[in-house]
Design a protein around this ligand. Structure first.
Ligand SMILES: [Fe+2]
Ligand SMILES: [Fe+2]
Length: 382
């Protein structure tokens, strides 16, 4: 299905020149056709090729990753309903497109990727005679009341987030968290919505000029800017989680799954790392949320730099070489990559600190922690 939508009149092109462009947007069709029947068929095909029974450690890792992907799918679906190519909130989409004209396409595609990861991991577990993971009983959190959001139970909260933005300075630093280094926040994002809450707070049909002029337009731009940093936060977590757990996998096919999906998490992170820079550089920088006070300063301005230009400059999105295995020979790598900093338990703790599970039940956290502990305990056995 091909679809186009009118570009908002405030939209600037990716270079910020102000030239208006018509973007062609397309929703990928893979997941429209994949339901339970598709997943079962895929599981049967996989089973025919590989009847090997997996070790308990490999099963624990795959089950935890299936749970993590279901969680990612839930949050990305909320972003996509409001801001994807079939998104239903024009002002949110316009604010996102102030960051990059292709934001809606990237949001839809990232969402489809997560749905495919979750469906594949569960189908693979079934093909090996294991139970698939379901978190359906915990889909009880409220939906946004803003135009575009479907009204159904959610697993994750995106309406009051504390976003840890230290990944921004970590990847610009030559220090490695696995050797004890810590990193300052790039932007302070606390109690902040990353999706519009309702149509009174942020009217869905308003203009989103650069810079935003009205209180509601500033609020919406701050919400979209926060989303861009949250996208990066989520995907840098996946970028570290997969290689960390890959070191504990025994079966080479399971290793292939972790390396293949993990590579796409890194691809996502690289993309969002670039886009979020547009929230903290000209011409958009300087937006403050009138409700929460969250501010997106110009990080290229020497007055706003976090510990100097190296940790702030918005286009330094590729990983700075840092300390790795051989002392005094820095290497450009994904980091962290240790059970303590980026294993399964660390990932759930990061989600909790993010407020992603605000309003979730104790039973939900307990189940995730059990799965996370089992995954972190897996031992490589070849
Ligand atoms: Fe994923
Ligand atoms: Fe992801």
């Amino acid at each position: 299905m091909n679809e186009t939508y009118p570009i908002h009149n405030s939209l600037k092109d990716a270079d910020g020149i102000g030239q208006k462009r018509q973007r062609v947007t397309r929703r990928r069709s893979f997941l429209h056709g994949i339901g339970v029947a598709g997943a079962t068929l895929m599981a049967r095909n996989l089973a025919a090729d590989s009847p090997t029974k997996l070790s308990s450690g490999d099963v624990a890792i795959l089950k935890f990753l299936a749970a993590a992907e279901i969680i990612e799918s839930d949050l990305w679906t909320q972003y996509s309903e409001l801001g994807g190519v079939e998104g239903g909130n024009p002002a949110y989409m316009a604010a996102l497109q102030n960051l990059d004209a292709d934001m809606s396409q990237y949001i839809s595609d990232n969402t489809d990727d997560e749905l495919s990861h979750a469906a594949f991991l569960n189908a693979y577990l079934v093909s090996k005679g294991e139970q698939p993971v379901s978190l359906d009983q915990f889909r009880n959190l409220p939906s946004s009341q803003a135009t575009g959001a479907q009204q159904k139970g959610r697993l994750t909260n995106l309406m009051k987030l504390d976003v840890d933005t230290s990944f921004y300075t970590r990847y610009r630093s030559d220090a490695n968290p696995d050797f004890g280094a810590t990193f300052p926040q790039a932007v302070n994002i606390r109690n902040q919505p990353a999706i519009p809450l309702n149509d009174t707070d942020t009217p869905p049909q308003m203009d989103q000029p650069i810079p935003p002029e009205t209180k509601t337009a500033k609020r919406m731009q701050a919400i979209a800017n926060s989303a861009s940093f949250h996208f990066g936060f989520i995907e840098q977590g996946g970028s570290s989680l997969y290689p960390t757990l890959a070191l504990q996998v025994s079966n080479v096919e399971v290793l292939k799954i972790l390396l293949s999906i993990g590579g796409v998490e890194i691809d996502h992170f690289g993309l969002w790392h670039d886009k979020m820079g547009n929230a903290v550089s000209q011409p958009l920088a300087g937006v403050t949320d009138p409700e929460t006070g969250t501010t997106f300063p110009d990080l290229n301005d020497p007055a706003n730099q976090v510990n100097g230009a190296e940790l702030s400059q918005t286009n330094l999105i590729l990983p700075e070489p840092c300390r790795f295995l051989v002392p005094d020979v820095p290497c450009s790598i994904i980091r962290p990559m240790s059970t303590a900093n980026s294993g399964a338990v660390a990932t759930i703790n990061a989600f909790i600190a993010d407020n992603l599970f605000l309003y979730q039940s104790g039973a939900f956290i307990e189940l995730l922690m059990q799965m996370a502990n089992a995954a972190d305990s897996a031992k490589r056995n070849v």
